[in-house]
Design a protein around this ligand. Structure first.
Ligand SMILES: NC(=O)c1ccc[n+]([C@@H]2O[C@H](COP(=O)([O-])OP(=O)(O)OC[C@H]3O[C@@H](n4cnc5c(N)ncnc54)[C@H](O)[C@@H]3O)[C@@H](O)[C@H]2O)c1
Length: 351
């Protein structure tokens, strides 16, 4: 039996982790914690698996019965809570992105090593059946040499919670890149098999809601967090980049919002034998350069959140690092940082 405390009872807690916890055996949820008491209460009422609620995460850390914590708070709070939890001797699952920048991410990894505790990051897509299959196909040489990967994560007028946590750099660390790009670029590095980054060139734009009051939209996710009157919007709503690695080049375009009514979410892997297009959160097509035939995958897609949570609990028991251990995610954090640094400096970054 593993005893956990869950810190942060917002969307990802309600929509992903608690539904997964309900299906996981030998798990005791001693605390649901949120600075907004009503949110912790609502989780306890909805999921009958929570024993106590608190508004102070230190209550969770002080409890010797708690083996591990889930940090499901806004990005800026990940670092403080993870460092305190590790120092209190807890294993930690922390949602993506690791935190708001690479330097603090490295400090978190070092603390986990020092305390000999597991620190996993919420890279749920690494547990997606399509991603696992593509990683295996590439490892088996199916694509030949993958010389280029292109990805697009672009949507029409979808800035989340304008003026709230998502668009305030101090809170989130960035916009479309750190919120959506983090998934896409991490998947690419994972499927390529730990590519070493050589050079990075990026540009970021904040164009669609410079004047928040005149921003038009049809949909806004996290609308409950918007603060158009008094909030801040200083993050990227569009990002583009070119990356050289020892395993081929990567280019990408990402937009939380654009003046094109298109949603284009995919990753193209171009190999000299075969190529594949992975539709984000879906299936993939593979085109064979010899037969000129394209086949589509048709596998079932199990709950990737449940799989990543179970992998975390297994790691606590075995002590083994999985693909979501922070040490295996730092390369993605380094890449995000380099893209932001390149955009700010307006020049290529070399490693
Ligand atoms: N893996 C994914 O696909 C995915 C999807 C969505 C969000 N996320 C990540 O999950 C995290 C949370 O996102 P969300 O959409 O659930 O946000 P949210 O705002 O809905 O929920 C965060 C909750 O944390 C609470 N909180 C803030 N500071 C706290 C503190 N110090 N102690 C306790 N509670 C605190 C807030 O009151 C809020 O209820 C973010 O880092 C986000 O990037 C990951």
């Amino acid at each position: 039996m593993i005893t956990i405390g869950v810190i942060g009872c917002g969307r990802i807690a309600n929509n992903a982790h608690f539904p997964a916890f309900e299906r996981i055996k030998d798990l005791r949820i001693k605390y649901a914690c949120d600075v907004i008491k009503e949110k912790a209460e609502a989780i306890k009422k909805k999921y009958h698996i929570v024993e106590n609620i608190t508004t102070d995460y230190k209550d969770v850390l002080d409890d010797k019965e708690v083996d591990a914590v889930f940090i499901l708070t806004p990005n800026y709070a990940h670092y403080e809570i993870a460092m305190a939890a590790l120092k209190a001797g807890k294993h930690v699952f922390c949602e993506k992105p690791i935190t708001v920048n690479y330097k603090l991410s490295c400090e978190m990894a070092n603390e986990a090593k020092k305390q000999k505790k597991i620190l996993n990051i919420g890279v749920c897509n690494r547990y997606h059946a399509s991603v696992e299959k593509l990683e295996e196909l590439n490892r088996n040489g199916e694509f030949g040499k993958i010389y280029h990967v292109y990805c697009s994560f672009r949507a029409f007028r979808s800035i989340p919670g304008l003026g709230g946590d998502f668009t305030n750099k101090k809170v989130s660390g960035g916009g479309a890149l750190i919120d959506w790009g983090v998934h896409f670029l991490d998947l690419i590095l994972y499927i390529l098999g730990g590519a070493k980054i050589l050079t990075v060139s990026g540009d970021t734009y904040c164009e669609m809601a410079k004047d928040m009051k005149s921003y038009k939209y049809k949909n806004m996710w996290a609308e409950d967090t918007k603060n158009i009157e008094n909030g801040v919007n200083d993050v990227d709503d569009f990002v583009t980049g070119h990356i050289r690695t020892d395993k081929g080049t990567i280019s990408f375009n990402g937009a939380w919002a654009q003046n094109l009514d298109k949603s284009e979410m995919f990753i193209d892997f171009l190999g000299d034998k075969k190529g594949a297009r992975l539709t984000y959160c879906g299936q993939f097509d593979i085109t064979d350069g010899q037969t000129l035939q394209t086949t589509s995958s048709t596998h079932e897609i199990p709950d990737m959140y449940q799989k990543e949570d179970e992998a975390f609990f297994d790691s606590i028991i075995t002590g083994e690092k999985t693909k979501s251990h922070i040490d295996n995610i730092l390369q993605s954090a380094k890449l995000l940082q380099a893209i932001y640094d390149s955009a700010e400096a307006k020049k290529e970054i070399s490693f």
